[in-house]
Write a protein that binds this ligand. Structure first.
Ligand code: CTP
Length: 406
């Protein structure tokens, strides 16, 4: 870990949740390293954790009161039970047992740690540590995916010999690495400060009559994840969203639209002073030529619908762009690379994020995505199946690299 990245921890208030696993002893070293880097560490121990390490150890090392029991009289914070949730710049749970992961995934709040988790708006880091079979159990994996989709940062466990005598994945990574991940997060925390990012998301809908529309399968997840990540990195974010069931990410200005033409108008309004535009929306290429004023009644025989072309918003931006970075998506079912590279060139983009939407786990309606990124200089990157939230971060890493190179 570079010392410069560790500096980013100075003055940060970290709430460290310690749960009942054998790796709880490593949380002592995590506390010590965070403290040395200048962070203020507030430890919350679960009942289980108290079986492995004493409260006194954490109190001595952190130099702060330690919270152990939600129902005890707490004199040290002028505490309501959510004081730590409000105070945290980040929450880290290390080690995180399968139990606390399951509780967090369900939104349970039956002790101080889970209550804090539910109440906090700070970024949350979870470092699972447990027996390999418990870690690999589909229900634990589902819970972890749920947390990732909600924007929690998962710290991948190491493989190796576990305390229970089996060898496999489930070990808490070395304290220095856990602290390094947090430091990196804060180091790049504000990389996008002062930049305006325009993100589009969701699938546009095109009315046919007062009760029907043509639409597509996009849920908006990818774009919402990018918007959330960009806000976390300090950007001013405008999210232009076609209909989506998702709620607006924290710290993001949302503009809701329905049709491709409404999206175009909103995008063009925000475009001139934007620095970065990421077009994750699935925009309908066609709309019904005539929108019936009244509900269309059924008749005998076939029904013919005439469609006309919608504007290609991204193409138009490509023609207009001056200083803006322009990033597009390509949803394909065949010949992904060929089509993606064509769109990259035709729409004058800086890079394009391409996925094969016919592949399982990728594309519409799922929490995950598998993409390739093609850049205008010919470079390409391929990624494994990742949560859309993680991918959002990767896309922004590429953006940051391009901004630096400018
Ligand atoms: N896009 C857009 N306006 C449209 C259609 C697409 O701005 N009318 C943008 C999308 O937001 C995406 C990129 O262009 O970032 C590629 O979208 P996609 O639907 O994959 O491709 P199309 O350009 O529509 O091409 P085709 O339908 O031939 O695949």
């Amino acid at each position: 870990m570079e010392a410069s990245a560790l500096q980013a921890l100075a003055g940060r208030k970290i709430v460290l949740g310690v749960t009942g696993g054998i790796a709880a002893y490593k949380a002592v070293e995590i506390t010590s390293r965070l403290k040395k880097a200048g962070a203020e560490v507030h430890v919350i121990m679960t009942r289980g954790a108290e079986n492995f390490v004493t409260e006194l150890t954490f109190r001595e090392i952190s130099g702060q009161p330690v919270t152990t029991d939600m129902w005890a009289k707490v004199a040290h914070y002028h505490v309501e039970h959510i004081a730590l949730a409000n105070l945290a710049d980040a929450v880290l749970i290390a080690p995180a047992t399968a139990n606390v992961i399951a509780k967090a995934a369900c939104g349970l709040a039956d002790d101080m740690l889970t209550t804090t988790l539910l109440a906090t708006k700070a970024p949350v880091f979870v470092a699972p540590a447990m027996n390999t079979n418990m870690y690999e159990n589909p229900v634990t994996q589902r819970n972890l995916r749920e947390l990732a989709a909600r924007g929690f940062h998962l710290i991948e466990p190491d493989s190796g010999m576990l305390a229970c005598g089996v060898s496999g994945k489930g070990r808490l990574p070395e304290p220095a690495d856990v602290v390094g991940i947090l430091a990196d997060f804060f180091a790049k925390g504000q990389e996008l400060a002062g930049r305006k990012i325009l993100v589009t998301a969701g699938g546009t809908i095109e009315p046919l009559d007062p009760v029907r529309y043509l639409g597509n399968r996009s849920t908006g997840r990818m774009g919402y994840a990018i918007a959330q990540q960009a806000a976390n990195r300090g950007a001013e974010v405008v999210l232009i969203s076609a209909p989506s069931a998702l709620s607006a990410p924290a710290g993001v200005r949302i503009v809701r639209v329905e049709t491709a033409r409404e999206m175009r108008e909103a995008v063009l309004r925000e475009f001139p002073d934007s620095d970065i535009v990421i077009k994750a929306a699935a925009v309908a290429d066609y709309r019904p030529k005539v929108v019936a004023a009244n509900k269309i009644k059924k008749q005998e025989g076939e029904f013919t619908l005439v469609l006309e072309r919608n504007p290609d918003i991204l193409y138009e931006l490509g023609q207009k762009k001056t200083h803006q970075l322009l990033i597009g998506f390509a949803a394909e079912t065949t010949d992904v690379e060929t089509y993606a590279r064509k769109k990259l060139a035709k729409k004058n983009l800086d890079f394009i994020v391409a996925n094969d939407v016919s592949e399982e786990g990728a594309g519409f309606g799922v929490e995950t995505n598998r993409v390739r990124i093609f850049a205008r200089d010919g470079q390409a990157w391929e990624y494994p199946l990742l949560s859309k939230m993680e991918l959002g971060g990767i896309i922004l890493d590429h953006v940051e690299k391009l901004l630096k190179a400018k």
